[in-house]
Design a protein around this ligand. Structure first.
Ligand SMILES: Cc1cc2nc3c(=O)[nH]c(=O)nc-3n(C[C@H](O)[C@H](O)[C@H](O)COP(=O)(O)OP(=O)(O)OC[C@H]3O[C@@H](n4cnc5c(N)ncnc54)[C@H](O)[C@@H]3O)c2cc1C
Length: 431
């Protein structure tokens, strides 16, 4: 941790993930003096297509989540760029219908403006179909959506490169984790007047914006006295896209490759893990079929050899999860705390359809999309400018604030919503 972190700042942004980079840059452009604090100290590899989330990764932290009686690992990027520096990189925009229930009115328009700003910076481009995607597209004609990725040549472009907060004058401190919010007069829930760092040092601030991700932000709020007891349903009814994986071993273009070299060390340019998705509607349930281009162990360093699999994800789940204090200073993530049996039925029917269409008999391996959101929802924990309700000096601007999860990966939406909230932070007077 840096020894000379300043003791005072106008605006402190916690977390240099996608949302944090957007908010920090835009606030600095608007004339604010911004300090961006990132817990991760190590720098992520820039190789596009590499998902550095395997055992031994220096740029992730692993949360354990309960789901269906099993334990799933939720790796989260802990580095400049956050999970956007280690994710699958697929950029898809929400549809207006996904945002119709968002509070404050006008979200489809606000989102469109935010997305336009995000697109100017990130400039994701469609990538050519890989053989597995092409084969699946032939099986489901008319259901195929092309996927854009933010890569230039063989390099990944993260929000950290695209928004370049340091270039706008933001002071960035890496390896500087925040332990909790500081409250004026020590009374939780009054006025936030800074942050307390993991090593106990304190930074005074006129305003703090939490961008620590759906798990990190919920943990900080809960540990700082903002939660169900203060009337804020933090961590309650979180949303995720459950996914099951099907082996492609018997599928011609799938290849059934196993045990090949990890491409992360083998070739100059890595393939995109996803170039197309198949969107299906099964009895009203939105399904996304993900024809992963290679087995996961080819792009995740350190992973044991795996079968080549495709994903089948439920994009309209009714079940909800929760993030609660674990009694040991951390949080416990339960993805299916409030399950809905209809979700399992829809996912099972989708898996059967995919198996029948491909002529395979693969068993289903439970997994998850790594899309957790909604741990500090707009309308319930924050207002539609990201201000924590009933509290002064504190906002949230990351995936936590999503009132509902769009029917696509959240990455592009996190950037679009952060652009919108950043514009509000720039024009609204701090408390
Ligand atoms: C493996 C994986 C693959 C994914 N693939 C895709 C995909 O292909 N397409 C897609 O749309 N979405 C994908 N996602 C989801 C997407 O990456 C996230 O929704 C998005 O990154 C969320 O952005 P965020 O800013 O809310 O949080 P994050 O990206 O989680 O960033 C939070 C940052 O805050 C920092 N932080 C946390 N706590 C503290 C603290 N106390 N003090 C200081 N700093 C802190 C973290 O280190 C991190 O850098 C994937 C996610 C993962 C994990």
């Amino acid at each position: 941790m840096t020894p000379d972190v300043p003791v005072r700042a106008d605006l402190v942004v916690v977390g240099a993930g996608p949302a944090g980079c957007v908010v920090a840059r835009r606030a600095a452009e608007a004339g604010r003096e911004v300090l961006l604090l990132e817990a991760g100290a190590a720098e992520a590899s820039r190789r596009a297509g590499l998902l550095d989330v395997g055992p031994g990764s220096q740029v992730t932290v692993n949360h354990r989540a309960e789901s269906g009686g099993a334990t799933l690992l939720l790796p989260r990027g802990s580095t400049l760029g956050g999970s956007g520096a280690v994710n699958g990189g697929y950029c898809a925009a929400a549809r207006p219908a996904d945002l119709s229930g968002w509070p404050g009115g006008g979200w489809p328009r606000r989102y469109a403006v935010g997305l336009g700003r995000a697109a100017e910076r990130l400039r994701p481009r469609l990538v050519p179909a890989d053989p597995v995607a092409a084969r699946l597209a032939a099986v489901f004609p008319g259901r195929v959506e092309s996927i854009a990725q933010a890569r230039r040549g063989g390099l990944r472009v993260t929000a950290y490169q695209a928004w370049d907060p340091a270039g706008a004058g933001v002071r960035i401190e890496r390896g500087t984790g925040v332990r909790r919010i500081r409250w004026q007069g020590g009374r939780a829930g009054g006025r936030c007047d800074g942050v307390v760092l993991a090593d106990g040092r304190e930074i005074a601030a006129r305003e703090v914006v939490l961008c620590a991700g759906a798990i990190g932000t919920a943990a900080l709020l809960l540990d700082s006295g903002i939660g169900p007891l203060s009337g804020h349903p933090v961590g309650q009814r979180t949303e995720e896209h459950p996914e099951i994986l099907l082996d492609l071993a018997e599928f011609p273009a799938g290849g059934g490759t196993r045990g090949g070299p990890c491409l992360a060390t083998a070739g100059p340019v890595l393939p995109s893990l996803l170039s197309r998705v198949i969107r299906l509607d099964i009895g009203g349930a939105g399904i996304e079929v993900r024809p992963y281009s290679v087995p996961m162990d080819r792009v995740i360093p350190g992973l044991a050899p795996q079968p080549h699999r495709i994903g089948v994800a439920l994009m309209t789940p009714s079940g909800r999860g929760e993030i609660v204090p674990d009694g040991r200073g951390g949080v416990r993530v339960v993805l299916d705390a409030h399950p809905d049996p209809a979700d399992a039925i829809a996912l099972g029917a989708a898996a059967d359809l995919v198996r029948d269409s491909l002529g395979i008999s693969a068993p289903a391996v439970p997994s998850t999309s790594q899309h957790l959101s909604g741990s500090a929802r707009m309308g319930e924990v924050v207002d539609d400018s990201g201000r924590v309700l009933g509290v002064a000096g504190l906002r949230v601007a990351d995936a936590s604030v999503f009132p509902s999860l769009p029917r696509c990966g959240p990455y592009y939406s996190v950037l679009a919503v952060a652009e919108d909230l950043a514009a509000r932070i720039a024009v609204e007077r701090p408390w």
